[in-house]
Structure formats: structure tokens, C-alpha cells
Design a protein around this ligand. Structure first.
Ligand code: NAD
Length: 259
């Protein structure tokens, strides 16, 4: 049997609950886009394991949404192995992985510390390698799975003062396409979401000048909200809506990149 023709081993989803029965691990779930995706997944009927570095924020979201929570640093290989073990145990398996944890700082290249570069690559790119490597064997054994990597439109077009972040997110896009090809025929679909500027704590730290210039160049003329990104993740995780996407980059980005 060609398992790639079997999107999920579950019964067809109930109307209005497209993720009923799906067991989902979401990183960066304490804030912003990850929190909005967790909320949308909960409303869509998913079973959740939520993770974040911020233990207090994570506990608040888990209490609100009813999922299980496990604090982890997604850049730490040992933390990630323990996270995936715990999530698999709590949920009974992992059908959907959403990689949303991320950091963003602003620095001209000539002034950038190696540690800043390295930590950005670790959290924004290596974490995706670590989590995917840990969940893939279970998904392959099950013959189905969905991986959704939250990249950025800055990985497509670059951003001044953001060479480290742009490089990491471009890496996520390349990784996503390569893994999608590697998983073809094994029932595991791998896609990226590359949001444009979204009003979250992540961008609050950027300079007012950067935010003003950015807003002015957006065809839609405004930053998005996390709630305007989350439905794209629901689509990619769902059956039949997400069944034909793999190796794709979906761009809820106010028109900043037109692919
Ligand atoms: N906000 C935007 O404009 C925007 C645009 C494009 C892409 N993104 C991406 O979306 C994702 C979510 O960003 P957001 O805007 O919601 O930011 P956010 O700061 O609101 O949320 C990021 C979350 O990741 C967590 N986190 C950071 N480092 C971690 C680590 N080492 N281990 C575990 N958790 C960690 C933080 O604690 C936080 O809860 C990021 O990957 C970001 O790069 C954001």
C-alpha cells in the first residue's frame, strides 16, 4: 500500500472540528502566533501538548486551553528528546508538530556578536531539525503525520539588521522542502508558514523606525494579528484541506512577498 495516499488513519473529521482526534505538539505556545495556533487547534478539536521556554506563560495557556504542558528549550537537544518522549506518552503519539518557537533581535552585521548569531541559529533553525528528527520515526511508523514550520517572509526577502534571523528562516524554508521530499511516499507532509509582520511581543523590541518603514511598504498597509495566521496552520493540519500540500510555503504576509 502506498501510505502517501492515506492522509490520516482517523475517521473523517466532524464538521467544525477538523482536527478532532489529532494529537498535536506545538512549540512557542505561550505567546503570539504559537498561542493563537494552540487556541485554534483546541477549537478545532485537537489534543494538545504545548511547550515553551516560558514556564509561567505556558502554564496559563495550558490552563486556558486544557492541554498538557511541558517546558523545554527547543534549542537544547536533551530537552527536545525529553519533550517528544513526554508528549508521545501524554497524547499516545504525535500526529502534528508545529514548530513556532522563535527569537528576534536587531543588529547591524558589523556589530553582531557571534553569540547573538549562534543563539538565533540555534533557536530559529536548529530547533526545527531537533524536533523533526525526534518526531519523524513515530510518524513514519504510523504512516502519517504533518509538520508545520513557522518561518518568516524575512527568510524569503531578507531584512536589514536581521541577517541572523533572515538566514535562520531561509534555512527553515530549505529544510522544509528537503524534508518534504525525503518523506514523500511515507505519509508525512511537511510545510512552512512564512508570516509577514504580525503584532506580537516578538516585534515589540524592534525599533519604531523599522516598524514604521515596514508598515509603509506593505501592500495591505498593516501588520497582521496572530489570529489571522492560525487558520493557515489549521488548514495544513487538516484532512482533506491540507492533503495536497507538501514542501510548500504559505504566506499570510499582508502582501510583503508575492510568490
Ligand atoms: N511576529 C512576527 O512578525 C513574525 C513574523 C514572521 C515569523 N514569525 C515567527 O513566528 C514565530 C512565533 O513568533 P511570535 O511573533 O508569536 O513571537 P512571541 O515572542 O510572541 O512568541 C515566541 C515564543 O517562543 C518562545 N521561545 C523563545 N525561545 C524559545 C526556546 N529556546 N525554547 C522554547 N520556546 C522558546 C517564547 O518564550 C515565546 O513564547 C517565531 O518563529 C517567529 O520567528 C513572527
Amino acid at each position: 500500500m502506498n501510505v502517501s495516499k492515506q492522509p490520516f488513519a482517523h475517521e473523517p473529521a466532524a464538521p467544525g472540528r477538523p482536527l478532532a482526534g489529532r494529537r498535536c505538539l506545538i512549540t512557542g505556545a505561550a505567546s503570539g502566533i504559537g498561542r493563537a495556533i494552540a487556541t485554534a487547534f483546541a477549537e478545532a478539536g485537537a489534543g494538545l501538548c504545548l511547550t515553551d521556554l516560558d514556564a509561567d506563560g505556558l502554564a496559563r495557556v495550558a490552563e486556558e486551553l486544557g492541554g498538557t504542558a511541558h517546558r523545554a528549550d527547543v534549542a537544547d537537544p536533551a530537552d527536545v528528546l525529553e519533550l517528544v518522549r513526554a508528549a508521545s506518552q501524554h497524547l499516545g503519539g504525535i500526529d502534528v508538530l508545529v514548530n513556532c518557537a522563535g527569537i528576534l533581535t536587531e543588529s547591524p552585521l558589523a556589530e553582531m556578536e557571534l553569540a547573538t548569531w549562534q543563539r538565533t541559529l540555534d533557536v530559529d533553525l536548529t530547533s526545527v531539525f531537533l524536533t523533526c528528527r525526534a518526531v519523524i520515526p513515530g510518524m513514519v511508523a504510523a504512516g502519517n503525520g504533518r509538520i508545520i514550520n513557522v518561518a518568516s517572509q524575512l527568510g524569503q526577502k531578507g531584512g536589514a539588521g536581521l541577517t541572523h534571523y533572515s538566514a535562520a528562516k531561509a534555512g527553515v524554508l530549505g529544510f522544509t522542502k528537503a524534508l518534504a521530499r525525503e518523506m514523500s511516499g511515507q505519509g508525512v507532509l511537511v510545510n512552512a508558514i512564512a508570516p509577514g509582520p504580525i503584532s506580537t511581543p516578538l516585534v515589540e523590541g524592534l525599533s519604531d523606525e523599522w516598524k514604521r518603514d515596514k508598515e509603509a511598504e506593505l501592500p495591505l498597509g498593516r501588520f497582521g494579528t496572530p489570529e489571522e495566521v492560525a487558520p493557515t496552520a489549521v488548514l495544513l493540519a487538516s484532512d482533506p484541506g491540507g492533503n495536497l500540500y507538501t514542501g510548500q510555503t504559505l504566506g499570510p504576509n499582508s502582501g510583503d512577498v508575492m510568490a
